[in-house]
Design a protein around this ligand. Structure first.
Ligand SMILES: *Cc1c(COP(=O)(O)O)cnc(C)c1O
Length: 360
C-alpha cells in the first residue's frame, strides 16, 4: 500500500491513523455487531458517538457554553442562503467583505434575501490582499458582517479578526477551522464544510451563539432553520452519521497531537518552509501579499508557465499529487491542512528545489 501526499484543496487528506481506526471499527463498532453506517441515529451507540464528537470539538476549540454546535448537511454552500434567512431578523441589510471566490458566492446568494453592503473588495488587485480594519466600510445598522477568513482558492488569509462592534460577525472557516487556536467568543457564528480540515464530505459544522437563534424569516424551510437543528440536537432528520463519526475521530486525533496550539505550531512551520522556497528563488513566485498568506492553501507560480506540465508530472512521480492550481488562478496550489504530514511538505520542498536545479 502506498499513500500519496495529496495536496488537494478538498476533499483532502485525512490522518492515516484516523482512517486505520475507522477500518478497525468498520465491521463491528465496539462490539455492537454493526458498522457505524448501519446504526440508527437514535440508538444509544450512535448517540454516544455523536455526543462525544461534539464534546471533543467543544474541548478542542474551547467553545463557550452559550454556543450551539450543529452537524448539518448541504455543505458550506447551503449556509450562504441559510445565513440571511436566519440572521437578518427585522433588518434589511448585511455587510459582506469580498476577498475572493468563496466570498463572491456567499454575496451572490445573500443578494436574493437582502441588500448587501460590500464593506471591502479586493477584486481590483486580483484578490491577493487582505483589507485592513481601517479599510472596512461597516454599516452599524447591518444585521451581520460576513467574511471568509481563509480564501481557499486565492490562498489569502486574514491576519486579524475584524472588529465589528455590536454587529454579529459570521465567518466561513471551511478551510481554516482547526488550523490553530481561535477565540470563538469573537464570532457570532462560525461555519465550515468538513472536507478540508474536519473529515469526509457530506457534513457542515455550524457553531452559533444562542441569541442568534429563533429569528428566522417565515419562509425559511425547516431544514434551513438553525433553530430546528439546535432544538433537536442536529437530529431533526437523519444526520450524515458516518461523516459525523469520522469527524469525531479527527477531533480525538487533534487532541492526541496536543490540540490546536500544537496543530498551529506544525501548520505555521509547514507553511513557512514552503513560502521560504518560493521567496528564495526567482523561479517560483507567490501572488499573495505577505501579510495575507494562508497557512492552509498555498498558490505558487513558475516563472515560465510552459514548465507547469513538466513540474506536475515530475511531482506525481514522487507521490506528490493534486498540485495543479485552481483554473481561475493558474499555476500550482499546495493545500496543506492538518492531515498533511510535515514530511509531505518536506518532500515537496525537496522536489521544488531539485526541479528548479534541473531547469538550470
Ligand atoms: C470549500 C469551500 C466552500 C464550499 O464548501 P461545500 O461544502 O462544498 O459547500 C465554501 N467556502 C470555503 C471557504 C471553502 O473552502
Amino acid at each position: 500500500m502506498t499513500r500519496m501526499f495529496n495536496f488537494s484543496a478538498g476533499p483532502a487528506m485525512l490522518p492515516t491513523a484516523v482512517i486505520k481506526r475507522a477500518q478497525q471499527e468498520m465491521l463491528d463498532w465496539h462490539g455492537s455487531g454493526m458498522s457505524v453506517m448501519e446504526m440508527s441515529h437514535r440508538g444509544k451507540e450512535y448517540m454516544s458517538i455523536a455526543a462525544k464528537a461534539e464534546q471533543d470539538l467543544r474541548d478542542v476549540m474551547v467553545i463557550p457554553d452559550n454556543y450551539k454546535v450543529l452537524f448539518l448537511q448541504g455543505g458550506a454552500s447551503m449556509q450562504f442562503a441559510a445565513i440571511p434567512l436566519n440572521i437578518l431578523g427585522d433588518k434589511k441589510t448585511a455587510d459582506y467583505i469580498n476577498t475572493g471566490m468563496w466570498s463572491k458566492k456567499a454575496i451572490a446568494e445573500a443578494k436574493c434575501y437582502c441588500d448587501v453592503n460590500i464593506a471591502a473588495d479586493t477584486s481590483s488587485n486580483g484578490f491577493t490582499t487582505v483589507p485592513t480594519q481601517a479599510e472596512l466600510k461597516l454599516n452599524p445598522d447591518a444585521a451581520f458582517v460576513h467574511y471568509t477568513p481563509n480564501e481557499t482558492i486565492g490562498g489569502v488569509e486574514f491576519d486579524y479578526i475584524p472588529e465589528t462592534g455590536d454587529v454579529p460577525l459570521i465567518a466561513d472557516m471551511s478551510s481554516t477551522i482547526l488550523s490553530r487556536p481561535i477565540d470563538v467568543s469573537k464570532f457570532a457564528m462560525i461555519y465550515a464544510g468538513a472536507q478540508k480540515n474536519i473529515g469526509p464530505a457530506g457534513l457542515c459544522i455550524v457553531i452559533i451563539r444562542e441569541d442568534l437563534l429563533g429569528k428566522a424569516s417565515k419562509q425559511t424551510p425547516a431544514m434551513l432553520n438553525y433553530e430546528t437543528h439546535a432544538s433537536n440536537g442536529s437530529m431533526y432528520n437523519t444526520p450524515p452519521t458516518y461523516s459525523w463519526y469520522m469527524a469525531g475521530l479527527v477531533f480525538e486525533w487533534i487532541k492526541e497531537q496536543g490540540g490546536l496550539v500544537a496543530m498551529g505550531q506544525v501548520n505555521q512551520r509547514k507553511a513557512e518552509k514552503l513560502y521560504a522556497v518560493i521567496d528564495n528563488s526567482d523561479f517560483y513566485g507567490s501572488p499573495v501579499a505577505k501579510n495575507g498568506r494562508s497557512w492552509m492553501n498555498i498558490p505558487f507560480t513558475l516563472a515560465d508557465a510552459d514548465l507547469d506540465a513538466a513540474f506536475l508530472a515530475g511531482a506525481a512521480e514522487q507521490g506528490l499529487i493534486t498540485l495543479k492550481g485552481h483554473r481561475s488562478v493558474g499555476g500550482m496550489r499546495a493545500s496543506i491542512y492538518n492531515a498533511m504530514p510535515e514530511a509531505g511538505v518536506d518532500a515537496l520542498v525537496a522536489y521544488m528545489q531539485s526541479f528548479e536545479k534541473s531547469q538550470g
